[in-house]
Design a protein around this ligand. Structure first.
Ligand SMILES: Nc1ncnc2c1ncn2[C@@H]1O[C@H](COP(=O)(O)OP(=O)(O)OP(=O)(O)O)[C@@H](O)[C@H]1O
Length: 287
């Protein structure tokens, strides 16, 4: 059985070119078994491309990837069985019921009807969708559809789950409910790779975060360690329309700096450093 230090996913020097566009410029990372790892980056950074390659939906131009002991590109059928994918687009069949959507997916993965029936019951209960099981998907709210999409990916009991922007477009309450569901999936032992461009999502959910920008990983660590590299406190200084932020190792240093400036500039705000500061610092741009 894998221990805490066993890796679930290892990616080495992954490159992807689409004609003249190089979407991935050689990215490498390792995700431990049981870890929740977030790829955080702006639109077009290469997050979906990474997931599509690891799920066997797009061929890489170069590089290697492993799920535990399985070579993803040399043993694609075995690799595919080990992962569940929650795509960005909700590709459920709206005219079918929740149970029917799960049945079709399960049959595609080679499960027996009895296995699907049992597993669907467990998962629909787990996602608080059991009372809607026989209704058509088109009657569900956006948040419920997302929950169904997530449990559909868990039907064949994959060891690894990929979530591509799982909460995009959802309101804050629904987003938090999904965060709870995602955390509890991790607590049951599933390794999760999640992509997002919501900083607070990565900060709340992830054990470790990788910042991705223009096809390169620019930093990988725990959210706390990434923030710590900048210091502990930040001072935002507004001059006219310009905003400048300075970082300090402790509150005393930040306070002394703000006091000196308070008569000269329009606005000085002292606060703790957050993950967005780290993202902007490491990538040189806003998400
Ligand atoms: N099939 C394709 N053909 C050509 N270029 C593509 C294709 N898919 C992605 N790209 C390009 O590759 C780059 C990375 O795209 P990707 O979808 O991986 O980014 P992303 O980080 O997932 O962004 P988003 O948050 O918008 O989903 C972008 O420049 C994109 O235009």
């Amino acid at each position: 059985m894998p221990g805490q230090d066993t890796f679930a996913i290892k990616v080495e020097n992954l490159v992807k070119r689409y004609g003249v566009i190089t979407a991935l410029k050689g990215i490498s990372f390792t995700i431990k078994s049981g870890e929740l790892f977030a790829l955080l980056g702006p639109n077009g950074a290469g997050k979906t491309t990474t997931i599509r390659i690891l799920c066997g939906l797009t061929r890489p131009t170069g590089g290697q990837a492993f799920f535990y002991e399985v070579d993803v590109f040399k043993e694609p059928i075995q690799a595919k069985k080990m992962v569940g994918l929650v795509p960005q687009a909700i590709n459920l069949d709206l005219e079918l019921t929740l149970k029917e959507n799960l049945l079709i997916h399960g049959l595609l993965f080679g499960l027996s009807r009895e296995q699907i029936r049992k597993r669907s019951y467990e998962l629909l209960r787990f996602a608080e969708l059991w009372d809607r099981a026989n209704e058509k998907v088109k009657t569900l709210s956006g948040g419920m559809r997302r929950r169904l999409l997530i449990i559909r990916a868990l039907l064949h009991q994959p060891r690894i789950l990929f979530l591509d922007e799982p909460t995009v477009g959802l309101d804050p309450h629904i987003r938090r409910k999904l965060w709870g569901l995602i955390k509890s999936i991790q607590q049951k032992g599933t390794t999760i790779l999640l992509t997002t461009h919501y900083i607070e999502e990565a900060e709340f959910l992830a054990d470790r975060v990788a910042f991705i920008n223009a096809g390169r990983l620019v930093a990988i660590d725990t959210p706390q360690a990434l923030m710590k590299q900048l210091g502990e406190y930040a001072v935002d200084i507004v001059r006219g329309t310009e905003l400048e932020t300075k970082f300090f190792p402790d509150r005393k240093a930040a306070e002394e700096f703000s006091l000196k400036l308070s008569n000269e500039v329009e606005s000085v705000i002292l606060r703790r450093i957050n993950l967005e500061d780290a993202f902007v610092y490491f990538t040189g741009r806003k998400v």
